[in-house]
Design a protein. Structure first.
Length: 178
């Protein structure tokens, strides 16, 4: 459905009948009630003093966007007339850590070793029988089987002064939340 909608919008943009932009982002991470599997299974659990749960593999690389950066970037694009008529990949820290690296950084920030559990696919299937929320998360698992590397270099080239929250700084902010 998203692909169909994006294609329709791109066609209308190319035809000149609508002035628009498309903003794409990888998985979200950030303060407040940010909704993403990595946020809820890793960072939120660490904040609550619980063991993080890593979907499928601790070694695949993840691209995460800090939600306040995503909001500021979309506002900047929306207020930049020559940014219209194209698709933008929103800015991210160029460091694309694995889940193991994320948790190691969280351990450094927290000043304690944080053990984690890698959750195999069959666990999602079984738990999804009883939980609609886990069944929904299971649909996202293909993104966790392989590296998820998001390229926002075009945004960085066009808006070189845009400040991107560093990976470690984001984790420090997340773990400092009450």
């Amino acid at each position: 459905m998203r692909a169909t909608t994006a294609t329709m919008l791109l066609d209308e943009m190319a035809a000149g009948s609508i002035d628009a932009v498309i903003c794409r982002a990888p998985e979200f991470s950030g303060p407040g009630r940010t909704q993403s599997l990595t946020q809820s299974a890793v960072f939120d659990r660490i904040r609550r003093g619980r063991r993080p749960m890593v979907p499928l593999s601790a070694t695949t690389r993840r691209s995460l966007i800090w939600t306040p950066d995503a909001s500021r970037a979309m506002a900047l694009i929306g207020n930049t007339p020559d940014a219209y008529g194209r698709t933008w990949h929103l800015p991210i820290d160029p460091h694309r850590p694995s889940s193991a690296e994320m948790i190691a950084t969280a351990s450094e920030v927290a000043g304690r070793r944080i053990p984690y559990t890698v959750v195999p696919r069959w666990t999602f299937r079984v738990a999804g029988l009883a939980s609609p929320r886990i069944r929904e998360a299971e649909e996202l698992l293909p993104r966790y089987r392989q590296d998820n590397v998001f390229d926002s270099s075009a945004f960085a080239a066009r808006f070189p002064d845009f400040p991107v929250t560093g990976f470690r700084d984001g984790i420090a902010q997340l773990l400092g939340e009450e």
